[in-house]
Design a protein around this ligand. Structure first.
Ligand code: FE2
Ligand code: FE2
Length: 301
């Protein structure tokens, strides 16, 4: 059988310098592998009388509907919103091991050894993260939201059939965005300590995943002709806009509050209004600025 060039050529080429940097990430990872049992003081429990994130990080914070809720309802809403963020991590991160190990098997002889090893490590780390997030959600009694529409099918069905750079950029965009946001929202005194520690522990490993993704993508963009990049730029600009919409306000929240949710989530105009509220515009520019700038440098905007 004839071998297709697609599977015999190295799809993730890095310079010597980048390969050495990936080597640094690999060593950091092996030095301190995350242990589910020890990563958090699980016995401390979760204090839901505290906040799960800063109050002004609420999706409808600052609106008339927010002001119409009681203090208990506002706090419950913030916890349910955090449940969406953690659900997003769970759904995304459990798709990554098959996707990334899939690349390892699709290109068995052509990957740089550092890329091979990092894809394996990345996958192992995401499995531990997914288990940590699921344990946390159970302890906190928080609901698992449905998989994000579109994205989940993309990660499980479409991306495995495409060039790895699509999977790596899709992953980077979502992980980096969500990661910037939860760090911005939770690393504060008023936040439940276990929640704050979990987000921080995850951040330590994600910072390496992000560094890896950035190197792969920057190197791909630097070595690919402009005409081949143009459709990729358009496609990812669209994906990023739709990711931001879903992430700023997700309609499924209406299914998870113990009280009638004060906005009609089936009303597109009402949803658009809350997504572009003054507070959400401020939040997105503060927490996502770094990612916006990096994407703009690649011509994705
Ligand atoms: Fe993760
Ligand atoms: Fe990750």
């Amino acid at each position: 059988m004839q071998k297709s060039p697609e599977v015999t050529e190295n799809p993730i080429r890095l310079s010597e310098e980048d390969r050495a940097k990936v080597g640094v990430l690999i060593r950091a990872s092996h030095r301190s592998p995350m242990s589910l049992e020890d990563v958090l003081p699980w016995n401390d429990g979760i204090d839901k009388s505290k906040l799960p994130k800063r109050e002004d990080g609420g999706w409808i914070y600052g609106t008339e509907q927010w002001r119409g809720l009681t203090g208990d309802q506002q706090r419950e809403l913030l916890w349910k919103e955090l449940a969406r963020d953690i659900s997003m991590f769970i759904w995304l991160e459990q798709t990554l091991p098959p996707l990334y190990v899939g690349y390892v098997n699709k290109y068995p002889f052509s990957l740089h050894p550092e890329v091979y090893e990092y894809l394996m490590i990345f996958s192992r780390e995401e499995i531990t993260h997914t288990l940590m997030f699921r344990r946390y959600m159970k302890m906190a009694g928080l609901p698992l939201f449905s998989p994000p529409k579109g994205f989940y099918a993309q990660f499980t069905q479409q991306l495995p059939t495409l060039h790895p750079v699509f999977g790596i950029l899709s992953t980077l965009m979502i992980e980096w965005g969500t990661e910037l946001s939860v760090m911005y929202l939770t690393q504060r005194d008023e936040v439940d300590p276990l929640t704050r520690k979990m987000i921080h522990a995850h951040h330590m490993e994600e910072a390496r995943h992000i560094a890896f993704g950035k190197r792969v993508i920057e190197s791909f963009f630097a070595s690919t002709p402009a005409e081949a990049l143009a459709p990729i730029r358009d496609q990812f600009a669209q994906i990023y806009r739709s990711y931001k919409d879903e992430f700023t306000f997700n309609r499924d929240i209406g299914l998870h509050t113990s009280f009638p949710f004060p906005i009609d989530v089936a009303d597109d105009a009402a949803v658009a209004q809350v997504r572009t509220s003054e507070n959400n515009r401020r939040l997105n520019s503060e927490r996502l600025g770094e990612l916006d700038r990096w994407l703009a440098q690649l011509g994705i905007q």
